[in-house]
Design a binder for this molecule. Structure first.
Ligand code: ADP
Ligand code: ASP
Ligand code: MG
Length: 409
């Protein structure tokens, strides 16, 4: 008999039949004697629909009102699931984030959980009920509804599992677990039995949206046993574990990619101390996050600097940089928002040389030009033209022996 937090994502509760399917799964687990807290997302597509509604009224809606709006998606699915459970003869109670007192700071649309009041949940569980909690939402100390950022139901689930002391947090989704790359783009991708927290964190940060970054951070920090598995297909799924528990250590665990960034270059800046600050200071002041940065010195004591920002911030960053360029007497500012970032991730990189050169060789063989490179202890990322993203990802996936067929050979 275990104490489980089971989270079901948007596709898993996408229509009434799927909600009934989730109810049957939850009931089956409860009938085996497990205590179950369920976290659900909004029905598939609903959060996007709400975002579009708000943006049609105002392209930059107020964050507080956005949270009031977006939180409705999850409120619908918790109630429907509780009704479906009750219909199957399984007593259940649904709770919004505010009702169950998931308190957060007041950073609307990207709030962080500060506390969870576990008593009401434990009381319901003790009375034999299944507790259904709305993912993605909380309440700030001043009583406002908040949301935790897109994909935030994963974080609700892990935070609840941690606060309640559950035996495991199970993230049920529309694929069988974490794969060596997104199986929708790389059909040859292989299901991983296990992956370390650190690798999962890198994959999530670099574009693999199968788990929200914050959920992985939480699981790692508070030692929450975490597993990703399918709502629709029986299987063991993928365990997210500390590195010490790793059974095998592959060189590369996965290939991640995203099209979320844009690249900006300022050319012909006089090369002297303080240049990086002058260029990037105004960008930081506008709350725009900079990811990769490359600086080159050219022969005539002038320097070029290239950096990437989120695509949503591209226009603002370009305008700010054009002003900086005029103030600094720089030669030119250029931008490109048709780029993609491809990354290799693996703890095995720590002890192996030559991975970067093999990556570059593989891309060269496909005639893919590398525009920027960045590395850390367990990852290498390159920026390429977005039209070569899929080709590059699949070539690297094969070259590093990650294909399903390579594993069986
Ligand atoms: P949910 O609605 O259940 O939260 P998400 O859409 O947020 O589901 O996350 C699951 C999706 O993540 C999959 O459908 C898959 O396309 C995508 N994905 C990206 N990278 C990976 C990966 N490495 N392994 C598994 N899924 C991945
Ligand atoms: N419904 C929210 C979203 O679409 C939260 C989640 O699904 O985790 O981002
Ligand atoms: Mg998700």
């Amino acid at each position: 008999m275990a104490f489980l937090v089971q989270k079901f994502g948007g596709t898993s509760v996408g229509d009434l039949d799927r909600i009934r399917n989730v109810a049957a799964k939850v009931k089956a687990a409860r009938d085996q004697g497990h205590r179950i807290v369920v976290v659900v997302s909004a029905m598939g597509g609903e959060t996007n629909r709400l975002v579009d509604l708000a943006r049609s009224v105002n392209p930059q809606p107020l964050p507080r009102e956005m949270d009031v709006l977006l939180a409705t998606g999850e409120q619908v699915s918790i109630a429907l699931l509780a009704i479906a459970l009750d219909t199957l003869g399984c007593p259940a109670r649904s709770y919004t984030g505010a009702q169950v007192r998931i308190t957060t700071n007041n950073a609307h649309t990207k709030a962080r959980i500060t506390n969870i009041d576990k008593d009401p949940i434990m009381a319901d569980l003790a009375a034999g009920k299944v507790v259904v909690v709305a993912g993605f939402q909380g309440i700030s100390d001043d009583g406002n509804i908040t949301t935790l950022g897109r994909g935030g139901s994963d974080t609700t689930a892990v935070a609840l599992a941690s606060a309640l002391g559950a035996d495991e947090c199970q993230i049920f989704t529309d694929v069988e677990g974490v794969y060596t790359s997104d199986p929708r783009v790389v059909p040859e991708a292989r299901l991983l039995n296990e992956i370390t927290h650190e690798e999962m964190l890198e994959l999530a940060s670099l574009g693999a949206k199968v788990l929200q970054i914050r959920a992985v951070e939480f699981a790692s920090k508070y030692n929450v046993p975490l597993r990703v598995l399918s709502t629709f297909v029986e299987g063991e799924g993928t365990h997210i574990i500390p590195e010490e528990q790793l059974m095998e250590q592959p060189l590369i665990s996965g290939v991640a990619f995203n099209r979320d960034e844009a690249k900006i270059t300022i050319c012909g800046v006089p090369d002297k101390p303080g240049i990086a600050f002058s260029v990037l200071g105004p960008i930081a002041e506008a709350n725009i996050e900079v990811d990769m940065i490359v600086q080159n010195v050219s022969a005539d004591d002038k320097t070029d600097m290239t950096f990437t920002v989120h695509r949503n911030d591209f226009d603002t960053a370009m305008t700010l940089l054009e002003k900086t360029a005029r103030d600094m007497d720089a030669e030119e500012v250029t931008g490109d928002n048709r780029i993609a970032k491809i990354s290799l991730v693996g703890v095995g990189m720590r002890s192996h040389a030559g991975i970067a050169s093999k990556m570059f060789e593989t891309l060269a063989a496909e005639s893919i030009n590398i525009q920027m490179i960045s590395t850390s202890e367990i990852k290498i990322s390159v920026v390429v033209d977005e039209k070569y993203m899929e080709l590059g990802v699949r070539a690297l996936h094969a070259a590093f022996g990650l294909n399903e067929s390579a594993a069986q050979a």
